[in-house]
Design a binder for this molecule. Sequence first.
Ligand code: NAG
Ligand code: NAG
Ligand code: NAG
Ligand code: NAG
Ligand code: NAG
Ligand code: NAG
Ligand code: NAG
Ligand code: NAG
Ligand code: NAG
Ligand code: NAG
Ligand code: NAG
Ligand code: NAG
Length: 565
Amino acid sequence: MALSFSIIIILIIVNSVIASRTCPRGCDCIETLLITNCSVSSQLEYVPHTLNPSLKKLYLPRNNIRRIDTAFDVYKNLIYLDLSSNLITTIVNNNFQYNSELQTILLKNNSLAMLEPKAFNGLNLLKILDLSFNRIEMINGSIFKNLNSLQILDISFNLLKVLNENTFVGLRNLINLNISNNLIMKLSTNLFSNIPKLINLNISMNQLEHLDDNWFIALYDLTVLDLSSCHLSSLSSYCFNGLNNLTILNLNNNSLMAIPSASFLPKNVIQVLNIGNNPFPFIHPKSFYHLKHLKQIYLTNASSLAKIHVDAFDGVENLEMLELSNNQALKHIDSNVFNNLYSLSSLILSNNSFESLEIDLITKYKKYDLYLDVRGNPFSCNCSLEWLNFHLIRMFNKTISSNPDYFLNQNITFPIFNLVTLLNENVSEIIMKQNALDVRCYSPFSLKDKFIIKLHKDKFGCFLLESYIPIIIGGLFGLLIIGGVIILLVIQCRNQLSGFVKNQLYTENQFKNNQFDLYPKPEFVFISTYNDFYKNPANINAAMEEFSVRYPLNQAHQQPPTTEL
Ligand SMILES: *[C@@H]1O[C@H](CO)[C@@H](O)[C@H](O)[C@H]1NC(C)=O
Ligand SMILES: *[C@@H]1O[C@H](CO)[C@@H](O)[C@H](O)[C@H]1NC(C)=O
Ligand SMILES: *[C@@H]1O[C@H](CO)[C@@H](O)[C@H](O)[C@H]1NC(C)=O
Ligand SMILES: *[C@@H]1O[C@H](CO)[C@@H](O)[C@H](O)[C@H]1NC(C)=O
Ligand SMILES: *[C@@H]1O[C@H](CO)[C@@H](O)[C@H](O)[C@H]1NC(C)=O
Ligand SMILES: *[C@@H]1O[C@H](CO)[C@@H](O)[C@H](O)[C@H]1NC(C)=O
Ligand SMILES: *[C@@H]1O[C@H](CO)[C@@H](O)[C@H](O)[C@H]1NC(C)=O
Ligand SMILES: *[C@@H]1O[C@H](CO)[C@@H](O)[C@H](O)[C@H]1NC(C)=O
Ligand SMILES: *[C@@H]1O[C@H](CO)[C@@H](O)[C@H](O)[C@H]1NC(C)=O
Ligand SMILES: *[C@@H]1O[C@H](CO)[C@@H](O)[C@H](O)[C@H]1NC(C)=O
Ligand SMILES: *[C@@H]1O[C@H](CO)[C@@H](O)[C@H](O)[C@H]1NC(C)=O
Ligand SMILES: *[C@@H]1O[C@H](CO)[C@@H](O)[C@H](O)[C@H]1NC(C)=O
């Protein structure tokens, strides 16, 4: 017993002596886990060859390694190899021929320009290959053909101009392909025909300019397609043909002069569309008509967008979120434009050039609860916008109606948060409410930069009933006298007249009430289920915190009664 114990002790000591002898300066060799980490100021110029041959994980990032040919031949059990941020220029033929256990190779941020045709031979279990941030201009032949297990291939941030048809031969289990940030001008029709399991394809930041028919036809599992920043100015009608599972499509920051409605084929299942940063001046009727599953539209930063046709969103009945923001040329929006968006629960209209918004914009829904963000517009705070003051207060605090002057004495000092922040942060109720707080007037001068939520209703200059009470009473009196005369003369009119008098008395009663009552008494609906949506945009179905106001439909636009006198 004691003997075997001391043998173990000796073994441990011997082991650690060996370890310290074979572990290069600046490296961290964890023998028990078979990990070596040489990432801290090791300044290695070559791959150490005296490490434990049973090594499983080797971390060599941020060294000065230039050559790796045959360097890994001794480490046959390697499963993880990180060579990021070195100075490697070439992967020679059979570089990894004895490393058949390797599952991950990270070669990000080197100087790779040359990949010999058999560079990746023998890597039958490789799952992740990261070649991003290199200088690869061309990929020869079927260089990946033995990587039958590869799931993630990242060749982004290189200098690729062309991808020949055979490039992806053999990658039959590939799920993520990132070829973004290259100089690719054209994709060939059969390029993707060998990778039918692909789910994410990122082509953003290339120079495609045009999408041809059927380029993606083999990708029937593809779910996410990023075509942002590709200089796209035209799309063929069948360019998205075959993408039967496509859920997220990013066309942001291209050169599209119109929403490419013809390319959205019937039966598509696209749920999220980002089409901002394009130069179209106009959104045509039925632009999104075939996008029956669409739940989110991001339309921001479209610098020329000046007009949205009233039927632009026809057909997208399932839309839940619309972000229409940062469109500097957008000064007006038709109040009926969102009429048929029965499922809309979140409407972001921030940073446009709206001077005013009509209450009908949000009251004509079948569904009345709506989260509204209207920050950053040059609002003209006149009577037309009085409703917004009221709406924002309701958004902020569902119980505030008992004290409408609550905000007059509050200091509002919250910073501005944009949607991206909201989506990424663990948002509290308060942060969401900031959107209600930080809506300001731009004109008239006396109200510039004043928070709308803090303004007293008088400031909106609506016709004030109080100051006209004497006139109204005088008028009523006169009307009663004339009415009496008429009653004497025309008996048949009696019923109608008594109705008229009743109306006037009702008006008078309202003078005594809170000014909110000038509008027909709103019926409020608050849904306080807490949001997951802002934390996880993909999970749009999750309930979100919703603040809302409901105005009775037919009376929503009714003016204060005296204006009719
Ligand atoms: C390697 O060492 C560095 C510095 O100690 C550390 O930051 C890094 O997380 C380590 N990597 C691994 C995978 O342990
Ligand atoms: C890329 O590698 C160089 C050294 O080769 C290093 O200075 C730089 O910080 C690395 N970049 C990134 C993003 O890691
Ligand atoms: C492709 O092959 C040619 C000739 O065989 C070679 O000159 C070129 O460097 C190769 N390109 C890459 C990226 O390996
Ligand atoms: C490329 O795409 C892959 C898979 O989607 C992703 O993991 C990776 O971060 C992307 N590369 C860059 C540089 O963003
Ligand atoms: C595509 O790659 C770029 C980097 O080149 C990245 O910023 C973007 O988030 C990626 N898109 C997706 C959908 O992952
Ligand atoms: C793609 O859609 C088909 C049916 O249209 C479905 O059977 C398949 O599972 C989907 N693939 C993915 C990855 O969702
Ligand atoms: C838009 O695309 C251009 C080039 O296509 C690129 O330089 C720019 O950074 C992109 N802007 C954004 C916000 O992605
Ligand atoms: C909006 O456009 C401006 C100028 O073109 C650009 O600098 C900015 O990055 C864009 N913002 C977004 C969110 O795309
Ligand atoms: C309020 O200002 C807007 C924008 O300047 C204007 O269109 C609207 O007619 C004004 N409303 C009233 C009641 O003056
Ligand atoms: C709502 O307003 C009332 C005052 O009417 C205030 O006491 C209460 O704290 C407010 N609630 C929230 C969550 O701000
Ligand atoms: C608002 O700010 C002023 C001065 O900064 C301070 O005196 C006052 O107490 C603050 N009011 C509230 C309600 O926080
Ligand atoms: C609106 O513009 C401001 C200032 O330019 C910016 O900080 C904010 O992020 C923008 N908001 C949105 C939703 O884009």
